[in-house]
Design a binder for this molecule. Structure first.
Ligand SMILES: [Zn+2]
Length: 576
């Protein structure tokens, strides 16, 4: 599916494409584009021995532009080292602004490659897919969706090329790949709540302005020897009540079937064999298959709590690059087609997710709850999972890149019936208040809320209202640093009573889209909120009150309590 060019003419095309890759000033051939003039990705040009460098991605996109491909080109922002992070928009008719995209009334799908820059095939598959869809003459997904493709999200990490044996120890090539982290040594797929990396801030800005209905994050697996070309996951967080459940029960089973029937690829829910996990989820379980983590620090989990669909794609690290590109290409293409077919259902899902919290502000007593902590299900399904046998070589030889010394793959695959832990259940639900009130001094938290696309107002005068304050009984700080933080967990209790707010307090009404995200970020007991990432550390004291309070009824706020809507100027003032 990736190459539409017969092998015999590929040598000639490679020669042409090398010229295109080398410089973007190639003259435009007359007439409509034909496959012989399509640009080729770095893997296509090197028989899948190499992945794209940053300059290859830029040149590839430049050649699409030179060929007048019907695409909109832009940058989501700059990396830490100042590289532009390119995006491409593809749709028929073509759009270039969020309002034009919305006017089409179609789902918007945001596909991101390369967040872990050693996991390279998402980047290269996405470039090929954009090219093939844009130049296709027959109708395709671009007639029913708007695609935003971000092929090289972690561009700085991509440029830290080193041997796969150093940068991606469990991967079957290519020989040279980038690293997992960005230039600040931050894992971008742990940064979606705290948003410390410029890359994360740029992607949040894209989420806020384009408001995609679907977010797809392309990765490569790290661990188990299984029989799947690709594994996938919906948003796992129980707070992802809209997109999480819909993707899990309605989209992914269909995608699995299509991958098998149309492409010959076996796929399954993302996970690892519990026997392979050093920090197993449950030490009493010897054999089983378990998914990963539901917290919103992970992009697709985060995206589900925004009330949208998040899909994680994990190509099999022990497959060679060509097959990983092919499976990622096929999976992404099938997602775009299926979202196009389900156009109306997906748009209505997004609308319902946005309108549900609107009732929370005026009638908080309706007690709509949001899950803020969860655990792996205790009732796994019993299913067949395909396993590959490995055998000992009898010496310390390396048999294949990514396979540990002294072991070799056998190619013997067999289904084994075992418990499959593919979901999480809530262990703590909290009712959404009408609003949260943030103290005047907590401007860092307010700035971060706004980065998440949350509206924050400000009251000029003092006021009081019925509400709740959280009394801190204990502060549990992680022993080990993680991503430059010592994560904090609070225990305590809510006390109801009249809350008096200082002038210049910030008011975060939950009656707005992303209401569930507001609750997740601000609740003191959340397992991945602002408290976790030390935003309130200086304000926390055992026996003291948590600095964010819940207001149960905004309508009784005293007269004269003027509320100012947030504006760009007040945001700038806060960032100083
Ligand atoms: Zn990854």
């Amino acid at each position: 599916m990736i190459s539409v060019v017969p092998a015999e003419v590929r040598t000639l095309i490679s020669a042409v494409a090398v010229i295109i890759v080398a410089g973007c000033s190639t003259p435009v051939p007359p007439g409509p584009p034909n496959p012989a003039t399509f640009p080729r990705t770095r893997p296509e040009l090197t028989s899948y021995r190499e992945t794209s460098r940053y300059r290859d991605v830029r040149s590839f996109l430049d050649s699409l532009r030179t060929l007048r491909a019907p695409l909109t080109f832009g940058s989501i922002g700059k990396t830490n080292e100042g590289r532009e992070i390119p995006y491409v928009i593809a749709s028929r008719p073509l759009v270039s602004t969020p309002s034009a995209a919305r006017a089409l009334g179609r789902p918007i799908v945001y596909v991101q490659g390369n967040i872990h820059a050693g996991e390279v095939e998402g980047k290269d598959a996405l470039l090929a897919l954009v090219r093939d869809l844009a130049f296709a003459e027959k109708p395709n997904a671009l007639d029913s969706i708007v695609l935003i493709a971000v092929p090289i999200y972690n561009a700085d990490g991509n440029e830290r090329f080193a041997s796969q044996s150093v940068n991606r120890t469990e991967q079957n090539g290519p020989e040279l790949v980038g690293i997992r982290a960005n230039a600040q040594n931050l894992d971008l797929n742990r940064d979606y709540v705290k948003a410390e990396a410029p890359e994360t801030r740029a992607s949040l800005a894209m989420f806020n302005t384009w408001d995609p209905d679907v977010f797809v994050d392309l990765h490569t697996t790290n661990g188990s020897y299984h029989g799947y070309a690709l594994t996938y996951s919906p948003s796992l967080n129980p707070a992802a009540v809209f997109g999480g459940v819909y993707a899990r029960d309605s989209l992914l089973p269909v995608l699995r079937q299509r991958m098998r029937i149309r492409h010959g690829f076996e796929t399954f829910d993302y996970g690892n064999f519990i026997s392979d996990e050093r920090n197993g989820v449950d030490t009493t379980v010897r054999e089983g298959w378990a998914t990963y983590d539901p917290r919103p620090r992970f992009g697709t989990d985060y995206y589900g709590i925004r009330g949208r669909i998040g899909i994680l794609s994990e190509a099999y690290s022990h497959d060679p690059l060509e097959r990983r590109i092919a499976s990622t290409y096929a999976f992404t293409r099938e997602i775009l087609s299926l979202v196009g077919e389900r156009e109306a259902a997906i748009r209505s899902l997004s609308a319902r997710a946005d309108s549900q919290p609107l009732g929370w502000g005026p009638s908080p007593d309706s007690l709509r709850t949001v899950s803020i902590r969860s655990q792996l299900t205790k009732t796994p399904l019993m299913l067949d999972v395909i396993k590959e046998d490995l055998e000992k070589t009898g010496d310390s030889s390396i048999t294949q890149p990514g396979v540990p010394r002294g072991l070799r793959r056998t190619g013997r695959f067999a289904p084994v019936r075992m418990p499959v832990y593919d979901r999480f259940t809530s262990t703590l639900d909290r009712a959404a208040p009408a609003a949260y009130v943030v103290a005047p001094g907590d401007t860092a938290a307010v700035t971060l809320l706004r980065l998440h696309g949350i509206r924050v107002d400000r009251s000029d005068t003092a006021w009081s209202a019925r509400g709740e304050a959280f009394v801190i009984d204990s502060i549990i700080t992680a022993q080990r640093p993680f991503q430059g933080h010592r994560e904090v967990r609070l225990k305590g209790r809510w006390e109801r009573g009249l809350q008096t707010m200082l002038p210049k307090s910030f008011i975060v009404s939950t009656a707005q889209p992303r209401g569930a995200l507001i609750v997740y970020l601000l609740e003191p007991e959340s397992d991945d909120g602002f408290t976790t990432w030390n935003l309130f550390d200086s304000r926390l004291q055992k026996g003291g009150r948590f600095p964010v309070r819940r207001i149960l009824d905004l309508s009784r706020r005293g007269r004269g309590a003027a509320i100012r809507r947030s504006s760009a100027s007040s945001l700038r003032e806060l960032q100083n």
